[in-house]
Write a new protein. Structure first.
Length: 533
């Protein structure tokens, strides 16, 4: 018995369908099936293109090919402005599949726009670093590097790793507003305490530079700590375009004033530090403008839960950050000279260019890793890692090949000594690109002990190796110590990922299918057509 008859109501009259609409719907369905047959999911890939992991592997174990479209569609709906008292109309069934295809295409667009933003940001960073290096010379460049490195470490300590708890708690939509408030308030409070601790350490440790110059740089620490938390919220909301604009504005705020000062011959260490502090504090202002209104009243229960979750990751994250960016610079300054620090930081800056595409992939895939089912998330993570390895390895090899003539040409002959440490850092940079996607997945699995143990082990090894190698080989010794610990950390994280997910080790090794995935947009454009990646 039909529902209308059971309720006693007269059946609704159905309007006759237009044959043209039927033909359109059938054409849409045909395109959907064709796209699904010809193209694999952007992150999951075509599992048939890779050898099966084992006899127990079945087709139904593959991640859903509609996952990316669903996440993108949800993000689009979240960002739509809705007036008070207005309800969103549900999507029509006839157009849903085509919107999913459009959402899948939009992911490639987000990746492309993010890469363009990173390229502009990279150009600004290169111009800024080039001007500072050429005008201030190795010693001035080294003092600037020590100040900004310590201030950056204070930001990392002060942000409390709240973005880890944001990932863990993001699945509950009712907490989104409270997570935003807590990220801003706790970041400002803890960042202030971290900055105060750093300024008290300056005379004790004997770092180079005037104390008021340190105070100027550390003034931006609370805003930088809160900005990290708010940028994490924007990434979880898939607002990558707005986040990219924020990054671009901050890069220009640092680059344009330094370029203008260079044009009039007034580039000094003080002016450069002022510009750096402004570019560090600006992301907080821009993020607040996007996420407003932000209440200053924190949710007490949620604060305690966030701090409980984040504290389990924070020690490990701080240890990893100190290992990657801080320990080598501080020890090199203490055991050698600021000029050697300047030479070493130029090498780090150039080789770090290879990280930009990989970081772009990590940021774009983060919402999927946080919102997907655990079984789907492990495949997404493996695909992101393989793409990271392919892109990073290609860029590292290219930089190594051109660095002997590029570095002296761009930075001047006084920085020719940066080539040797750059080459020593190359293998470690490839290994380092494996860590971020694995870390994001381990956060999802709630494995703080694993991450903390791995990071602290790598930090201890890094300190010991630096103490042994810096007196022997200077900047090259610091680079070799970093490479050894990056490889160690990547090996430990990969081992834990494989053990926790049950994936075979070969799932982390790039294959021909991954290479085709990277080359497909280029070949499609060369053929004169746009295809779904």
């Amino acid at each position: 018995m039909r529902r209308e008859e059971a309720s006693g109501a007269a059946p609704a009259r159905r309007e006759p369908r237009d044959p043209a609409h039927d033909a359109t719907d059938q054409e849409d369905q045909r395109k959907v099936l064709q796209c699904r047959e010809e193209k694999s999911h952007f992150w999951h890939g075509n599992c048939a293109a890779r050898p099966p992991a084992g006899p127990a592997r079945r087709r139904d174990r593959r991640p859903s090919s509609r996952l990316l479209a669903a996440v993108a569609e949800r993000s689009r709906i979240d960002q739509e402005p809705v007036g008070r008292g207005t309800r969103r109309a549900p999507p029509s069934p006839a157009g849903t599949t085509m919107r999913q295809i459009a959402a899948t295409k939009s992911v490639a667009g987000v990746v492309f726009r993010t890469l363009v933003t990173r390229a502009v940001q990279l150009c600004c960073s290169l111009v800024t670093g080039l001007l500072i290096a050429r005008i201030l010379q190795p010693e001035g460049r080294g003092i600037f590097a020590v100040i900004t490195t310590v201030a950056g470490a204070a930001i990392v300590v002060g942000h409390l790793s709240l973005e880890k708890s944001q990932i863990a708690l993001w699945s509950d939509r009712s907490r989104h507003r409270s997570l935003t408030t807590n990220g801003a308030v706790l970041g400002l409070a803890a960042g202030s305490v971290s900055a105060l601790g750093a300024i008290l350490l300056v005379p004790v440790v004997g770092w180079p530079g005037e104390r008021w110059l340190w105070a100027l740089a550390l003034f931006a620490v609370p805003f930088g700590a809160a900005a990290i938390n708010l940028n994490g919220i924007l990434m979880l909301q898939s607002q990558m375009d707005r986040l990219n604009r924020n990054y671009l504005c901050c890069a220009l705020v640092l680059c344009l004033p330094v370029a203008a000062l260079a044009a009039v011959g007034h580039v000094t260490l003080t002016n450069v530090v002022i510009c750096w502090a402004a570019s560090t504090a600006l992301p907080f202002v821009l993020a607040v403008r996007i996420l407003r209104p932000i209440s200053l009243r924190c949710a007490g229960d949620l604060v305690r839960r966030q701090l409980s979750l984040s504290s389990r990751y924070h020690v490990g994250w701080v240890a990893m950050y100190l290992m990657v960016t801080t320990v080598d610079v501080v020890l090199l300054n203490a055991m050698d000279s600021p000029a050697t620090v300047g030479i070493y930081t130029v090498a780090v800056t150039v080789i770090a260019l290879a990280r930009i595409p990989g970081e772009t992939i990590n940021q774009v895939v983060l919402p999927e890793q946080a919102a997907s089912e655990v079984n789907d998330a492990k495949h997404i993570t493996a695909r992101a890692l393989r793409l990271n390895l392919l892109v990073s390895a290609a860029l590292v090899v290219g930089l190594v090949c051109v660095s002997p003539w590029l570095v002296p040409l761009v930075y001047g002959e006084s920085f020719a000594g940066s080539v040797a440490p750059l080459m020593a850092l190359a293998p470690g940079m490839i290994a380092l690109m494996m860590v971020r996607p694995l870390e994001q997945h381990l956060v999802r699995l709630d494995r703080p002990t694993t991450m903390t143990v791995v990071s602290i082990t790598a930090l201890i090894a890094n300190v010991l190796l630096n103490l042994v190698m810096i007196p022997q080989w200077g900047a090259v010794g610091a680079a070799l110590a970093s490479t050894a610990t990056y490889i160690l950390m990547a090996a430990l994280q990969s081992s834990r990922f494989i053990k926790s997910t049950g994936l075979p080790a070969r799932e982390l090794i790039p294959g021909s299918a991954d290479l085709r995935l990277l080359l497909r947009p280029l070949t499609a454009k060369l053929r004169g057509g746009m295809k779904i990646p």
